[in-house]
Design a protein around this ligand. Structure first.
Ligand SMILES: [Ca+2]
Ligand SMILES: [Ca+2]
Length: 183
């Protein structure tokens, strides 16, 4: 009986870990920003060029170019970025730039959304494309996962908590059922 209960607890724990992994806020790559090209494009340590998804900042000959670029430099240059890469196409139409929503550390518990920050600051215009992202869902701040470095959506804590409760309930029911059988 003791062995069986242990097995059930291990399986329950495995289920919980799996559910939490699925519920985690999505970020696909962590790197450091080595160069800012303009207000919506930058390079990272891996050698990849990143194009911020669904926004556009002015080109070099347009009004607002300098301000947008200076703002992005102040936000991310030489800092760690957490990148949510577009799962649908990965690259933009030029085939050379990876399309991402970028996050940087805000404080010990939160990151902020760089794409949203450029929009809210008036440095960038909305420029939606076909991709996995939905700019209307963006929030400026996102909660990090418990103690980790990854940005985390606010609802993830609740989802993981509910999964744990459900897993414990299943374990209790299974243990009770096996006890009944032995009588
Ligand atoms: Ca641009
Ligand atoms: Ca992604």
């Amino acid at each position: 009986m003791r062995g069986r209960a242990l097995l059930i607890m291990v399986l329950t724990l495995a289920l919980f870990v799996q559910v939490s992994a699925v519920a985690a806020f999505e970020f696909d790559l962590t790197s450091r920003v080595t160069w800012v090209v303009d207000g919506d494009t930058f390079d990272i340590e891996t050698g990849d060029r990143i194009r911020l998804a669904d926004i556009n900042t002015p080109e070099v000959n347009e009004a607002g170019y300098g301000a947008a670029k200076a703002h992005l430099i102040s936000r991310i240059y030489n800092k760690t970025v957490y990148l949510d890469i577009d799962d649908q196409y990965r690259y933009d139409t030029t085939g050379t730039r990876i399309v991402c929503v970028a996050y940087v550390d805000f404080n010990s518990t939160h990151c902020f959304n760089v794409n949203k920050d450029l929009l809210d600051g008036g440095y960038a215009a909305l420029y939606p494309h076909q991709n996995e992202f939905e700019p209307s869902d963006w929030t400026l701040y996102v909660q990090k996962a418990g103690g980790g470095q990854a940005p985390d959506a606010p609802w993830n804590g609740a989802a993981a908590y509910l999964a744990l409760i459900a897993a414990i309930a299943v374990a209790v029911l299974l243990i009770a059922a096996s006890k009944n059988k032995q009588r």
